[in-house]
Each structure stands twice: as structure tokens, then as C-alpha cells.
Design a protein around this ligand. Structure first.
Ligand code: SF4
Length: 329
């Protein structure tokens, strides 16, 4: 948990507490598409999305999920001594198929020794109870993370990004998922043009009230070949400098409940594909500066979340408090 050596609740700490040892993710590209690319919701995809749909650079879409897992486990084992893994369905929208097809795809994860969990990244408008039933059935006995891309709690920003879904879609996905024994992870982006620091922190407060379990934050960055790259080239807009981003991340950590597991605080981008800002390539330096800044402030994750006014305690908020107590037991 949070302390002054580790002033926020790192994913690696959560995994160690839960599984008793280090656990590594194996990302796969299961060949899914996305309704924001195939014409159902849009054609060009979200403004920042490249043709690989957030896939890790080394995954091979032309291989089966089983082959990718085998390769991924070998890759991890070359570098680390570990016995436990999580499969990460990362690329595109990993629930964007019928329940029958999903069952076939997901079932390829079964039968690997040491596979303790599965993380499924998707859009909030791509889930329903039938799909969640399949996930529960296939991954029974495993840890499941449903990862929903919200990116911002502001409709104006969702429209700018051409996400093709609303904030309400995210609320519905979270409410639906609460009926299952899954953890809910939200993805958000800081530094969207038109968003003030206060707007970014409002997104974080919104997620705290929604009672999410895990959070991934990254800085808006421009990748080659995206529509965002064309926009940026024609009319460059301000991208947050590293210092501003670090300060905002620390503000965000302070207002998050201490039980929220922080899965990511910086983005990953292959240097050859990155247009700007180049500082996001300094991942370790950024993480270390965030830690240093929290220590300089004498603060930590959750330091301010108790200051949520009591008038703010809606039904959602009560749920969150109960969950908070449960976690600390
Ligand atoms: S929802 Fe995800 S995969 Fe689809 S276009 Fe947006 S970022 Fe890309």
C-alpha cells in the first residue's frame, strides 16, 4: 500500500500482495477490430490511434493467441525469473465480437501453467451482460481486469478525440461490470487540447466517485500516421511539458482513494513512431520525478481524497466508501 517510500499504490505492489510474487503481463493482439474504425461508430478511429490500435510493438497479429502467449512467456522468462503471468488483450477493442466468437478466442488462454489473470482492454460501449458472462465462465478462478477507455470525463474532449461514445457509456459499463467479480481499470489521457488542469482533475474525481479499482494515465502524444499527427503538423498545439505533467499527476494521486491501484503513469511509444513530445521516452526519469515530487510535497496518494465534501456523497460515493473499507480489512 501507499507509504512514503512508495507514495502511490503501484501495480507491481498489488500483484505481489495478491499473488505472493512478481507477475508479468503478456500482451496479445487477438485480431479484434473496433467499431470506431469499421464504420459502426466511425471510420478513422480515435484521433490519436495508430493502425496497430495500441498493440505492443513486438506482438504478432498474424499468429494465434496461443502462439503469442507462448512467445510472450518465453520472452519474459529470458529476462525475469517468474512463475506467474497475466494475459493482456491489448490491441483494439477486445470485446468487439459475438459472445460465441469471444469464447473461442478467450479459451486459447486456458491450459498455460502459471496464468493467474487476464486483462481485457475495450471500449465502454462494447460490453454487455452476455459478453461479461462469457468472460466470467471462461476465466473462472482467474483474476480478471476489465479495462475501459474513458480518456476524459468531458464530452467536449470525447468529441474532439472522435471517440464515438459518451461519458454515460462508461457509467453504464462500470455499473454492468460491478455485477461480476472483476476489477475495473479506467484509461485516461492528460494534456488534451482544450482541457485545463482543473478539467483533468475533474476526470480523476469522477473516477474516484465511480469506485474504479485501477487506473492508467498517460500523456497525450502524437504518433506518426495518425490523424492527430496531421492536425499537429498543420497547426501545432501545446503539449504538456514534463514538469507540468508531473505536477498534475501528483495532484491527481492526492485526490485518488489510496486503494486505487496505479497501473500506469506514463505512456509507451516506440521512438521511431513518436512525433511529440519526446520527453515521454524518458519513462524511468518521469516516474522517478513523480515520486520525488510527492516526497517534496510531503504527500502521497489519497492525501486529499477524504476532503471530498459530504454533500458529494451520492449513491456511487457510498459504494466507493464501502469498497474502501473492505479493501483495508
Ligand atoms: S477505441 Fe481504441 S482501438 Fe478503437 S479507434 Fe479508439 S483507440 Fe483505436
Amino acid at each position: 500500500m501507499t507509504d512514503f517510500q512508495t507514495p502511490y499504490y503501484r501495480f507491481s505492489d498489488y500483484l505481489k500482495e495478491t499473488f505472493g510474487e512478481k507477475v508479468y503481463r503478456v500482451p496479445v493482439d487477438a485480431g479484434f477490430s473496433c467499431p470506431n474504425r469499421d464504420g459502426t461508430k466511425g471510420i478513422g478511429g480515435c484521433i490519436y490511434c495508430d493502425s496497430r490500435g495500441s498493440a505492443a510493438p513486438f506482438v504478432r497479429r498474424d499468429r494465434s493467441v496461443r502462439e503469442q502467449i507462448e512467445e510472450g512467456m518465453r520472452r519474459v522468462l529470458k529476462r525475469y525469473k517468474t512463475r506467474k503471468f497475466i494475459v493482456y488483450f491489448q490491441a483494439f477493442s477486445n470485446t468487439y465480437e459475438s459472445p460465441d466468437v469471444l469464447e473461442k478466442i478467450y479459451s486459447q488462454v486456458l491450459g498455460f501453467g502459471g496464468m493467474v489473470g487476464v486483462a481485457i482492454a475495450t471500449r465502454p460501449d462494447c460490453v454487455d451482460p452476455l459478453k461479461l458472462d462469457v468472460i466470467q465462465k471462461v476465466f473462472e478462478g482467474m483474476h480478471v481486469w476489465m479495462e475501459y477507455g474513458l480518456q476524459s470525463a468531458h464530452e467536449s474532449s470525447l468529441a474532439w478525440m472522435q471517440r464515438g461514445h459518451s461519458v454515460d457509456a462508461f457509467k453504464r459499463a462500470v455499473a454492468m461490470t460491478r455485477a461480476y467479480p472483476f476489477r475495473i481499470c479506467a484509461h485516461i489521457i492528460f494534456g488534451l487540447p482544450g482541457e485545463t488542469p482543473e478539467m483533468m482533475l475533474e476526470t480523476v474525481r469522477f473516477l474516484a466517485r465511480m469506485g474504479i479499482d485501477d487506473l492508467k494515465i498517460h500523456m497525450l502524444h502524437v504518433l506518426k500516421g495518425t490523424r492527430l499527427a496531421r492536425v499537429y503538423e498543420q497547426a501545432p498545439f501545446k503539449l504538456l511539458p514534463m514538469e507540468e505533467y508531473i505536477s498534475l499527476i501528483c495532484d491527481a494521486l492526492e485526490i485518488l482513494p489510496p486503494s486505487v491501484v496505479i497501473q500506469r503513469l506514463t505512456g509507451d511509444a516506440p521512438s521511431e513512431n513518436l512525433v511529440a513530445p519526446k520527453w515521454i521516452l524518458k519513462k524511468q526519469e518521469t516516474l522517478s520525478e513523480i515520486r520525488e515530487e510527492l516526497i517534496r510535497r510531503g504527500t502521497h496518494q489519497g492525501a486529499a481524497w477524504q476532503r471530498v465534501p459530504t454533500t458529494f456523497q451520492t449513491e456511487e460515493n457510498k459504494t466507493w466508501r464501502v469498497r474502501e473499507e473492505k479493501h483495508e480489512l
